[in-house]
Design a protein around this ligand. Structure first.
Ligand SMILES: [Zn+2]
Ligand SMILES: [Zn+2]
Length: 344
């Protein structure tokens, strides 16, 4: 079995704001930044707004979504909808409305810290019994804001200069919830990573853009595996990306840790399964993790760690059914998180 014939990888960024909500850039500015970052696709998700232009812009597939945002939290990233959805404080209503409109959604930044020491109000998922279609397990700006202490000048300077150091790994409560959702479902409850890019302008002595789009689009990204190349026809390509995210055919990675994202897949004697896929086990079933440098590789089955090694790549024999996922850490920082692969 040669898995290389089956993989077409496309890296993209999710959860980006434009001037249509609280971002400062136009779609064209963001597409240009995405192109410079080498991304193939982006999904723009303005708060309670679905007005942006979609299409191939500056060589990047630009897809629109909506961050359904009530002021109390329960932000919901909705994809595949054609009509704007009015936010409800009740997240169950938002989940249902997105489904009724033919779309699907991800709970955004569900565990923002209640102990923040700055002006950014935590906007959490208030009732975890309300089950979303998927979970945004890692959000760059949300985690930066969780750890940013604006009361101390040294901390402020550190937080801007060494900004990536404030974004270590996904919140453990979010990972636990996501594993729990997967353990109580036969299907994959998919995960995504978001940037929450705004390119905010702040006036100190002169106006300064903090965290420009080009910086943000080089942080938390999603590498999608497709079984055929991304179409040059916008509508087909949009469908390819959205259905891959709905199925969990992506690895979430922080490119500020390492530029090359590991390949993660399972092979048996005659077939291949990437993230979000499923495969039947036989005597020759192995899970592969192929990274470009030495890293800490953890393999989990049904949310429980079953293997841990420090290596560039890893091959683990699979003899039990379950949902397998992989976490890769480098230099004590979270780097890559796969969606689960179902072994039947
Ligand atoms: Zn939000
Ligand atoms: Zn947002």
């Amino acid at each position: 079995m040669n898995k290389s014939i089956d993989i077409h990888k496309y890296c993209g960024a999710i959860h980006i704001h434009t001037v249509n909500s609280d971002g400062t850039g136009s779609v064209s500015d963001i597409a240009k930044a995405a192109n410079r970052c080498g991304l193939s696709w982006i999904i723009i998700t303005d708060h309670n707004n679905l007005d942006i232009e979609e299409g191939y812009i500056d060589g990047v597939l630009v897809i629109k979504g909506e961050e359904i945002s009530s002021e109390y939290g329960n932000h919901y990233l909705a994809f595949g909808i054609d009509n704007f959805i009015e936010p409800s404080d009740n997240c169950e209503k938002n989940i249902i409305k997105v489904r009724e409109n033919g779309g699907f959604g991800f709970a955004a930044h569900p565990d923002e810290s209640v102990n923040r020491k700055n002006k950014y109000k935590p906007l959490r998922w208030t009732d975890k019994n309300n089950i979303p279609d998927g979970v945004e397990i890692w959000n760059w700006f949300s985690q930066w804001a969780d750890n940013y202490n604006s009361n101390n000048i040294f901390s402020v300077i550190y937080s801007y200069i060494f900004k990536n150091n404030l974004v270590k790994r996904p919140a453990s409560d979010t990972i636990k919830w996501w594993d729990c959702l997967n353990n109580s479902s036969d299907k994959i409850i998919p995960a995504i990573g978001g940037t929450d890019a705004h390119a905010m302008r702040v006036r100190y002595i002169i106006p300064v853009t903090i965290f420009p789009y080009k910086f943000m689009l080089n942080t938390i990204v999603n590498e999608i595996y497709l079984d055929c190349p991304l179409s040059s026809d916008f509508n087909i390509a949009k469908e390819q990306i959205l259905s891959a995210l709905k199925s969990g055919n992506n690895v979430i990675a922080n490119k500020s840790v390492c530029k090359k994202i590991p390949e993660i897949y399972v092979l048996n004697s005659d077939s291949f399964a990437g993230c979000g896929g499923s495969i039947s086990k036989d005597e020759n079933t192995f899970l592969y993790v192929e990274n470009s440098v030495i890293s800490n590789i953890k393999i989990l089955k049904d949310g429980i760690e079953i293997h841990n090694c420090k290596a560039k790549s890893c091959k683990l024999k699979i003899s039990q059914t379950g949902k397998y996922r992989v976490q890769v850490e480098m230099n004590k920082r979270g780097f890559a998180y796969s969606n689960p692969i179902i072994v039947k």
